[in-house]
Write a protein that binds this ligand. Structure first.
Ligand code: ZN
Ligand code: ZN
Length: 411
């Protein structure tokens, strides 16, 4: 069955509202969206009201205005984050509102901007929203990140296509990656979610002590914390409602032991970070800490990311994604973490999610740290998977079991 674009857009919005944030009766919905995607925001708003939302707040941003600020605003203004924006999010989070972000940023938006300005603002917003992110990581509210094309993003993904076809091509790629183009997308998501939970359940039962990664440019051993929890697919918030934090999502992930990472690892895809590309880099670890960085592109920005705070020198997430995932098979490079991280095994620099350890949601930052979970203002995923990657699980008694072979699940 060939579906029209409008039908697919409607289905996509439905997935975001029903499977993504899973809107509840009388719930507030906060939508962050850029001016490139007002039509999608309008459809989402309509569906949210039809499914019981009390009020929908749309927070608009605009790539051009963001760029203008970085070009023209005084340098000493970048450590400021509007307090009313903090209050808005925290207030809504306390009320159990749902948060839906539609990302569409041009991967090169902040190219050639002084990276000190970028890092200063990244740090300021990380600090300003620390409380909000803590609530997020403890599942105190439902949230979802989806994507929609902007012209500039589409041009980056499809540079060989005529300009008038680029946005449509990116839409089609997003519809495919999010199963929107399948016969019954809501059911397709339920089946997919079950499969992710099955993989996580198996790994949770196993409680491996180490994972060992081997691939060209990579030989890395990661120790896992005691009572670690692998998670995949949907989450459940403190009110007992399920939600899908990322659409697409293909990953099963947990947190490493902060001081238990040794060896070296090479990136296999470019990383789009705060409007800049970091590419072809190798990180070397000793007892968890990054002791060497080599990047072909974006060395400065990667070095300043790692210098954000003490925790930015350590890892906070390890995620398993089969090389045969639909996004990976599309062969596309999206220059957007939401997609590229779901095409590949990845790691994250920075903060660990508190739910990655038993009882973690109730622990303070200090307690999490004492259980080996890294704490940082930042959390940035980078891709390391390929068809050449093997991963072994090593049990406490030394027994070895294959987890990944040639980039895909071995069990
Ligand atoms: Zn991840
Ligand atoms: Zn992550």
């Amino acid at each position: 069955m060939l579906l029209s674009f409008d039908t697919k857009l409607l289905r996509y919005a439905e997935l975001a509202v029903k499977i993504g944030v899973n809107i509840q009766k009388n719930q507030y919905l906060y939508v962050s969206c850029s001016t490139d995607n007002l039509k999608l925001a309008e459809i989402i708003t309509k569906i949210a009201y039809e499914n019981g939302a009390k009020q929908v707040f749309v927070d608009l941003s605009d790539d051009r205005l963001v760029r203008t600020r970085y070009e023209k605003a005084p340098k000493d203004s970048f450590d400021f984050y509007p307090p009313w924006k903090i209050q808005e999010r925290e207030w809504l989070a306390e009320q159990g509102a749902a948060f839906l972000s539609i990302v569409s940023q041009n991967p090169d938006l902040l190219k050639d901007i002084d990276h000190e300005k970028i890092m200063t603002f990244q740090k300021a917003s990380g600090q300003a929203l620390a409380n909000y992110y803590t609530m997020m990581r403890a599942d105190k509210f439902s949230w979802t990140v989806i994507a929609a094309p902007s012209k500039q993003w589409a041009a980056k993904v499809f540079p060989h296509l005529p300009e008038e076809q680029q946005v449509e091509a990116l839409w089609e790629a997003i519809f495919a990656a999010t199963r929107t183009d399948q016969d019954e997308p809501v059911n397709a998501w339920k089946t997919h979610d079950e499969q992710l939970h099955n993989k996580a359940d198996y790994l949770n039962k196993k409680q491996f002590k180490f994972l060992r990664y081997q691939a060209p440019g990579t030989d890395l051993t990661i120790e896992l914390p005691k009572k670690h929890i692998w998670t995949g697919g949907s989450s459940v918030n403190i009110y007992g409602n399920t939600f899908m934090a990322n659409m697409p999502t293909e990953e099963v992930f947990t947190a490493p032991l902060k001081t238990g990472v040794n060896g070296f690892v090479s990136s296999t895809k470019p990383l789009s970070y705060s409007g800049n590309i970091i590419d072809q880099f190798t990180l070397t670890f000793k007892d968890g800490r990054i002791i060497d960085i080599q990047a072909q592109q974006g060395q400065d920005i990667l070095a300043s990311l790692v210098a954000t705070d003490e925790g930015a020198q350590y890892l906070g997430e390890i995620a398993l994604v089969p090389h045969q995932s639909p996004i990976s098979q599309s062969g596309l490079l999206f220059y957007n973490t939401l997609f590229d991280e779901n095409a590949s095994n990845h790691l994250a620099i920075g903060n660990a999610y508190s739910f990655c350890i038993e009882g973690g949601k109730e622990m303070s930052s200090k307690e999490l740290l004492s259980h080996g979970l890294n704490q940082s203002l930042t959390h940035v995923d980078f891709m390391i998977g390929s068809a050449n990657m093997d991963i072994d699980g090593i049990a406490a008694d030394g027994q070895i079991e294959p987890i990944f072979r040639n980039g895909n699940w071995a069990f």
